[in-house]
Design a protein around this ligand. Structure first.
Ligand code: C2O
Ligand code: CU
Length: 475
């Protein structure tokens, strides 16, 4: 099959002449350099020991040309937007030397990783913030497969908004071949001024904080509307990460169905099909698609407004995130998708302790703040749990905007949203709490005592007080 495809590609009048081998057993698939505009530079492992990945992330401001002819100072890891892709296997040890060359203190939080509390990157709680010119060594083992990411936890709305985020992939050795050619998509946005500089993070005051600041420039892998050169009918596997500080992403591609196979922590119980991919800030989706475009055609992957409260959909046009261009090669379908099933045992909540978490806004007349149970995060008492406890958290939204609720260090199972159980079981660290909704989630605090944070991942909301702590103590 390889020979035939090479021959066809050789005859075709395209710049991409030789197909690349996807490494799986279903033969060559995409045109060479199909993802040249979207491929992410990978972090370099300087440690020769197998199963130890050691690298340096230097946080620094660099000038990038995101929009042609304009220079934007971007806060980056190693000068890259997004930061370098770290790819490891479960059980690997990751050592990251953070060097802070920013004008402000920072830390790195490893979003979704079940790591020791001291490695969680929360300033003043799990470590001292890393001052400008300072360093910190992160060193932990990655227990779970999945698509994860990293970002600062100091002044996070500003720092992540300015460009500090990067992808972290923990491969799954048990996954079957034939899931398609991988594309990692780091979605974000930025608010750019006319001169190309970034808007100040607190523009628009309390109202903008309440809405959550979205940028006016959509970015995928740090690019504005890049092109993917793909082969029609062939299978692709997208690992999508929403790293935006406030924007929800709802992606659609005309005529295309997506099969969601994974979410925050690896595969979901059974794949499910949809015409769209929806991600709150911080969520991940792993989807496969057999590209439903004719040969030699071009079609945009669109951001479609998602209703997360007043102003999120009204008069807002759809926007192009990236463009897929198919080559003139004749389409050749991929073999059928392998059967995927992951046994995920439901968490036994029969003896679960209840916690009630209302997402709240300060009362009228008081200075503007957001909070948990009426108290901004910095003044709220910690919730308690003992190692070994199973808890059921009832998260109730009392504000007219949706909130992506995130718990550090542990995965949970959503039991129901307004009484309706989810269609498929999956492990999540971030869940959407829709307007007027109550969500029950179950979590097993079976290990790793410490102070674990939870917060809204609209980072403007977190900074305004919608955060809290769980004190997980030994018995
Ligand atoms: Cu991505 Cu405190 O979180
Ligand atoms: Cu929120």
């Amino acid at each position: 099959m390889f020979k035939i495809l090479v021959a066809i590609a050789g005859l075709a009048v395209v710049s991409c002449s030789a197909p690349v081998d996807s490494g799986s057993d279903d033969g060559p698939s995409q045109p060479a350099n199909w993802d040249a505009e979207l491929r992410l530079p990978e972090a370099v492992d300087v440690n020769p020991t197998p199963h130890v990945f050691e690298t340096t992330l230097t946080a620094k401001v660099v000038n990038l040309e995101l929009v042609p002819g304009k220079i934007t100072p971007v806060w980056t890891y190693n000068g890259l937007l997004p930061g370098p892709l770290i790819r490891v296997a479960p059980g690997d040890r990751l050592i990251v030397h953070l060097v802070n060359e920013l004008p402000e203190p920072t830390t790195i939080h490893w979003h979704g990783i079940r790591l020791p509390n001291s490695m969680d990157g929360v300033p003043a709680t799990t470590q001292a913030q890393v001052e400008p010119g300072g360093r910190f060594d992160y060193d932990f083992v990655l227990p779970d497969s999945g698509t994860f990411w990293y970002h600062p936890h100091v002044d996070s709305a500003a720092q992540a908004g300015f460009g500090l985020y990067g992808p972290l992939i923990v491969t799954d050795p048990n996954e079957p071949a034939g899931l398609g050619d991988e594309l990692v998509l780091v979605l974000s946005d930025m608010m750019l001024m006319d001169d190309g500089s970034q808007a100040p993070p607190e523009g628009g005051g309390d109202l903008a904080t309440l809405f959550g600041r979205e940028g006016d420039t959509l970015l995928v892998n740090g690019k504005v509307n890049p092109t993917l050169h793909a082969l029609a009918a062939r299978r692709q596997r997208w690992r999508v990460i929403n790293t935006a500080k406030s924007r929800y992403f709802q992606l659609m591609l005309e005529g295309q169905q997506f099969t969601r196979i994974g979410s925050d922590q690896g595969l979901i119980e059974t794949p499910e099909s949809s015409d769209r991919i929806i991600l709150t800030p911080a969520q991940r989706a792993d989807v496969v698609l057999d590209l439903a475009l004719p040969s030699a055609s071009s079609r945009p992957v669109r951001w479609v407004p998602y209703d997360r409260g007043f102003g999120s959909t009204e008069f807002r046009p759809e926007e192009t995130v990236f463009t897929i261009q198919t080559s003139v090669d004749p389409a050749q379908a991929s073999p059928p998708l392998p059967i995927l099933h992951r046994e995920i045992a439901p968490i036994d909540v029969s003896n679960a302790t209840r916690q009630f978490i209302d997402l709240t806004q300060s009362a009228e007349g008081e200075p503007f703040s957001l909070g948990i149970n009426g108290v901004p995060g910095d003044r709220a008492p910690a919730l308690m749990a003992a190692v070994g406890d199973t808890q059921m958290w009832t998260v109730r939204n009392t504000i007219a905007f949706a909130h992506p609720f995130h718990l550090h260090g542990f995965f949970f199972q959503v039991m129901d949203v307004n009484g309706v159980p989810p269609t498929v079981r999956e492990w999540r660290d971030t869940v959407n709490i829709p307007i007027d909704a109550t969500v029950n989630l179950a979590v097993n605090f079976n290990e790793r005592p410490g102070m674990w944070m939870f917060h809204c991942h609209i980072l403007d909301h977190a900074e305004a007080g919608m955060m809290g702590m769980l004190h997980l103590h030994e018995h």
